[in-house]
Design a binder for this molecule. Structure first.
Ligand code: XMP
Length: 487
């Protein structure tokens, strides 16, 4: 017997697993202009972002360049894990070091090291100067200018600047600006009363703060960074938790006994926020909420991704729209505050608005972000147009690296669950996010929602038919993109 209600009940009790294409957002009474919309939201329990857009942990989407640019724009990048632990940790380190208000783990040099070594150190860390310390005490500063034409065998103490402009350890940004300007220097070592180095402020970081006022930063002023980990790789989770702010357990089907048991260990061992997923049903969320302590958010949606073949190959899946509503209801029922990331199948700001209106706090995208310069995929031309490579993490070529195969169930390792292809090139990721932000502001304006929380309460949705979906797109007009002679 299939269940005590019989086989026919499987249909009778079933929902329709609606998708983005089945729904529209109904316009509602509004007192909100798009420019008044406020988009800040929770990425995880303890970290907020300023735009609700997160890039997928995929090896043609998110490495450090994407994570840095997206965090500067107010979103979040989740680094992929199809690489060694050291490579992923290095990517996270790079994001965290990209900028900070006060650099605490300053890279320093001793006066007895050679100029050759100093030059190598600056190149390796891509920095333009090094405080010189004897033990903990600051004794000089070495900049690119000091070493540029110096004999590589000389010692740091021979070429360093000995009279260093410094400031007390508790100097604030305005105080630092004044000192840097007054003395026309670019780096300001912070020292305590005994002359020990306590930190470093740089003109570069101060300028970046002004240039990216909407950036998603931690309390130290460093950019927020997410990192994908396998539930079965405690070592990676521990290592990445040293750098990343948010860990994302990255499996295709989280609602699995072995995955639960392994994640439990990670939750016990790391302090960092841990987001779990992917899940797609009320009961998966319910099991997490009742059986796993210390979770910091959900990644939701199975099989909707533009490069997914999971549903086609296995018939198993939970489309992002349907999955989000399921999980959001469980979160409410249990009085939980855990934020939901709606992941997969988002083709533009309207889809993002639908996912957010169903209780998501943010949306995760691979396809749209893979189109940008910062994505690691290769750039190619097809028929005179630029495209970027984009592949599923379950595609044969991504699986061939064999570093993230446990994203998929053990027997399916031989079964591809993704494809590889190309997406149109858009330029810098800021171009992609500008379109998303403008579109989402307009959607929220139509719904009368000033914030994402208001969108949860106010947005109303309606289903549309296949013919309705046709009408919702441009029709009965030859578009320039379809014109055979277009330039
Ligand atoms: P989009 O629609 O933005 O979706 O391209 C990205 C999301 O798709 C998931 N993903 C996969 N799902 N097979 C799958 O079934 C795959 O090979 C695969 N690779 C990525 C993932 O959730 C991502 O965020």
């Amino acid at each position: 017997m299939a269940s005590d209600k019989g086989f026919r009940a499987k249909f009778r009790d079933s929902d329709v697993a609606v998708t983005f294409r089945d729904l529209i957002l109904l316009p509602g009474w509004t007192e909100v202009e798009p420019s008044q919309v406020e988009m800040s939201t929770q990425a995880s329990l303890n970290h907020s972002i300023n735009i609700p857009f997160i890039s997928s942990p995929m090896d043609t989407v998110t490495e450090s360049d994407m994570a840095i640019s997206l965090a500067r724009l107010g979103g979040l990048g989740v680094l992929h894990r199809n690489c060694t632990i050291e490579e992923e940790a290095e990517m996270a380190r790079k994001v965290k070091r990209a900028e900070s208000l006060i650099i605490k783990d300053v890279i320093t040099i001793s006066p007895s090291e050679t100029v050759k070594y100093a030059t190598e150190l600056m190149q390796k860390h891509n920095i333009s100067g090094l405080p010189v310390v004897q033990g903990e005490h600051l004794v000089g500063i070495l900049t690119g200018r000091d070493v540029r034409f110096a004999d590589p065998s000389l010692l740091t103490s021979d070429v360093m600047t000995k009279k260093v402009i410094t400031a007390p350890a508790d100097t604030d940004i305005e105080g630092a600006k004044e000192i840097l300007h007054k003395h026309r220097v670019e780096k300001l070592p912070l020292i305590d009363k005994e002359g020990r180095l306590r930190g470093l402020m740089t003109i570069k970081d101060i300028l970046l703060r002004g240039r990216f006022p909407n950036a998603a930063r931690d309390e130290k002023g460093q950019l927020l960074c997410g990192a994908a980990v396998s539930p079965f790789d405690l070592k990676r989770a521990k290592k990445l938790s040293e750098f990343a702010d948010i860990l994302v357990i990255d499996v295709a089907h989280f609602h699995n006994a072995n995955v639960f048991a392994a994640t439990k260990k990670i939750l016990e061992e790391v302090e960092t926020d841990v987001i779990v997923g992917s899940i797609g049903t009320y009961s998966a969320a319910e099991d997490i909420l009742t059986k796993l302590d210390g979770v910091a958010g959900f990644r939701v949606g199975i099989g909707s991704g533009s490069i997914c073949t999971t549903m086609e190959a296995t018939k198993a899946g939970s489309p992002t729209v349907y999955a989000t509503a399921q999980v959001a209801d469980a979160v409410r029922t249990y009085g939980s505050k855990l934020p939901i990331i709606a992941d997969g199948g988002i083709r533009g700001p309207g889809d993002a608005a639908v996912a957010l209106s169903l209780g998501a706090s943010s949306v995760m995208m691979g396809n749209l972000f893979a189109r940008s310069k910062e994505a690691p995929g290769t750039l190619i031309t097809i028929g005179g147009r630029y495209y970027k490579q984009y592949r599923g993490m379950g595609s044969p070529s991504a699986m061939a690296k064999r570093l993230a195969t446990d994203r998929y169930a053990q027997p399916s390792k031989g079964l591809p669950e993704g494809v590889e292809g190309w997406v149109p090139y858009k330029g810098e990721v800021s171009v992609v996010t500008q379109e998303l932000v403008a579109g989402l502001q307009a959607s929220m304006g139509y719904s009368g929602a000033r914030t994402i929380h208001e969108l949860w309460e106010k947005a109303r949705l309606a289903g549309i038919t296949n013919s309705g979906a046709e009408e919702a797109r441009p029709h009965d007009v030859l578009l320039p993109s379809e014109h055979p002679d277009r330039v």
